[in-house]
Design a protein around this ligand. Structure first.
Ligand code: 5GP
Length: 181
């Protein structure tokens, strides 16, 4: 039998302290008068997004989109598709894209291409986590919470088979047992 075990990696306190700093960093570079559109990339970034926005001291406009990466069986190309689009126009607007994690970079690179085509005035990337060991495409991360090791993490919005998103901390997922590979 395989037993799932989650090893603590980033505590709630550590996450909250760094998110407050990132919020401060962003507030210092965004317009103090014109609302900036903050895009939450569902589902993984919902907790980070909610906590981050509490630390933004300039005007914001909340927006949501959802993506899914799929593996077409023999193609493990990490092809990405938009499953829920924005309901507002970002042309000529300042935009911050809020992601949970940049791993291979494929999702972020796809999103940047889609959003840049809509001609925002500015487009910044803010990611809670960056896993550089698995990078396949270099993407600009303007604001990063933590650079992490090459481990599979769950919690604080991130899932394993749709579970563990509700954890207030980030942990490394382990699979213990004789048939674990
Ligand atoms: P990409 O490889 O395109 O940079 O990342 C695609 C998506 O894979 C991320 O948005 C995230 O949802 C998921 N992902 C990548 N690394 C991890 C990880 O360590 N844990 C979890 N739960 N999801 C991950």
């Amino acid at each position: 039998m395989v037993v799932e075990r989650i090893e603590p990696y980033l505590s709630s306190e550590k996450l909250q302290a760094r998110i407050a700093e990132v919020g401060k960093e962003l507030s210092a570079v965004l317009s103090p008068t014109e609302p900036t559109i903050f895009i939450c990339v569902l589902k993984g970034s919902f907790m980070f997004y909610a906590d981050l926005l509490k630390h933004i001291t300039v005007p914001t406009n909340a927006a949501f989109l959802a993506v899914s990466s799929y593996d077409g069986g023999t193609h493990s190309t990490g092809a990405v598709r938009l499953t829920h689009d924005l309901t507002l126009d970002i042309a000529n607007q300042d935009v911050v894209l809020v992601e949970d994690i940049v791993d291979t970079g494929l999702t972020m690179s796809y999103l940047l291409e889609v959003l840049r085509a809509r001609k925002p005035r500015s487009l910044r990337v803010c990611s809670l986590l960056h896993k550089p060991a698995r990078e396949r495409i270099k993407v600009p991360i303007d604001h990063c919470g933590f650079v992490i090791d090459d481990v599979f993490v769950v919690g604080y919005g991130l899932d394993y088979e749709q579970r563990y998103r509700d954890l207030p901390f980030i942990g490394v997922m382990h699979f213990d047992g004789p048939s674990a590979t």
